[in-house]
Every structure is written in C-alpha cells, then in structure tokens.
Design a protein around this ligand. Sequence first.
Ligand code: ZN
Length: 307
Amino acid sequence: MTEQHRLPYIGRFAPSPTGPLHLGSLVAALGSYLQARSHQGRWRLRIEDVDPPREAPGAVRSILKTLEAYGFEWDGPVTYQSQRHALYEDALSRLRDRNCLYACHCSRKIIAETHPGDEPPRYPGTCRNKDLLHEQSTTPRSLRLRTEDTALSFNDLIEGLISHNIYQENGDFILFRRDGFYAYALAVSIDDMQQGITEVVRGNDLLDTTACQIYLIQQLGGTAPGYAHLPVVNNTEGKKLSKQSGAQPLPFTRPAKQLCHALSFLGHSPPPGLAEVTVAEFWQWARQNWQLKQVPTKPINISALPV
Ligand SMILES: [Zn+2]
C-alpha cells in the first residue's frame, strides 16, 4: 500500500461552465463520485471558470441544478476558480522568485509557423533566454514554465504506466496567457494541490495534460494526486461529445436512465429495471457494485448500450 492510499480519500468533479452537462460530463461525474464514495472519501465540486471568454451565461446554475436532480451530493461549498486568483498569483510569484518562469511574446500563429503539422504545436523556446520578464513593455506576453528535458512517469489507474517528456513533447508550457487570463494548467494544479485532492478521476482527453500538472505541482513542492482517466464519450462521427460537437443537455426526466447509461459506458452491467428506479435506489446499487477495474480503456460505442 502506498503512502497516498493511507490518506483520507478526496476526489473532485471540476466542470467548466461552457454549457449544460451532457452524457460525456455525466460519465466523468459518475466515475469520480463512485470512486470517492467507494473509498468512504469526500467529493468536492469545483467550477473551472478560469476562462471567461469560453463561459456560457447560465451554465453554472444549470450544472448545479442538473447535479442535484441526478442525486450527486458534494462535500463542502462549491469552489470557483474565479475566486481563487490570489492563490494563482502567489504560485506565479514563487516560481518567478526561483527563476522558473519567463515571459514570452510569441503568438500562437508564430509558434504554429515554426512547427507546422504539430497539434498543438510544441513551443520551440524562442524567448527562453531573452529575459523579457523584467523588461517594461506593452506587448502582450504570456508566462511560461521552464521545463527539463527528462521523462516524467506516472501510473494511471486505468491507462497504466505513462511516460512523458514535457520539454520534448510540449515545450515550456504557459501558466499565464497573453490575453491576461490564468492558464488551465496553472489553476487546476494549484487547486488539486491546495484542496488536498488525493485522486483525480476524469476523461482521458485530459491525459496529455497530466504530466504538465504533476511537474508543476512538484516544482511548487507539493505531492501530485493519483490519476484515473476514463474513456470519453464520442458522438456518432467519433468526435468527443461536447457542446461544440452537438451534445444534448442531460434531461431532467428519468435521471436513473441516464445514470445507467453512464454506468454501462464505464463497463458495468446495471440490472434491467434499474433505469426505472429513483436516483436514491440507483446510487445504492451503484455504490455497492462499483469497480474501477471494470472500466475499459477504449470507449464503448454508445449506440450499442442498453437503453
Ligand atoms: Zn516566445
């Protein structure tokens, strides 16, 4: 048993308020909730509103209403990244003091031109040694973290051992954006660390960002949580379900049916009839029968699932 498992379990669900919850978000909420409850752990709810240009009006209210209707019970108050800027600023100043940060004037377009074909393009380190941080300038600039050219490994509870060289694969990544907002990588890492999250259960569309988050937490002297990346739900064209790809908002009628759908997607076999019960009865069955090891690494075709 590792040190991590002896800690009281604290999990979390952290939606971005870009639109109402859909089946893809329900899968992440359900997986993280059942994993926390099956460890007698706590489950925190965090609204990742760190990117105002992408926010949809009314989305926070809709997310909270939906989670309540589906019987999710979170521990403690809902946290909002928009109210945590002082923590992010403090982390940036600690990194700045240790010379781990540098300012970069390069636009996305310029970086894409120097690395055609890469998606997202790897940052080539153009401004690494320019010392723009202390220069008085009105040119928009981002802040990047200096990374090392070594592999970082972590054991994902679903995907297995992952080895990632951030410097080679991403380049020095952004912590503060040119448009004046904190980067997701910074906010999510600080929040997971500061809230004492012991295990992150989320969609595997975020697997590629995990090494950067672990690296940043280590740079700040923290202990990274464990990770379990769930398969993501794709639409019929094979694209990840999202507001942009036309995902339907979760209905308020028959929530147990949608919950059964999400649980089946995660490799479980709810008995016939569980789709018709109350949410309380659904959760009772789900908590007793949840096994992370049943979760597949490859997404299941949702049209093949029992309805
Ligand atoms: Zn640059």
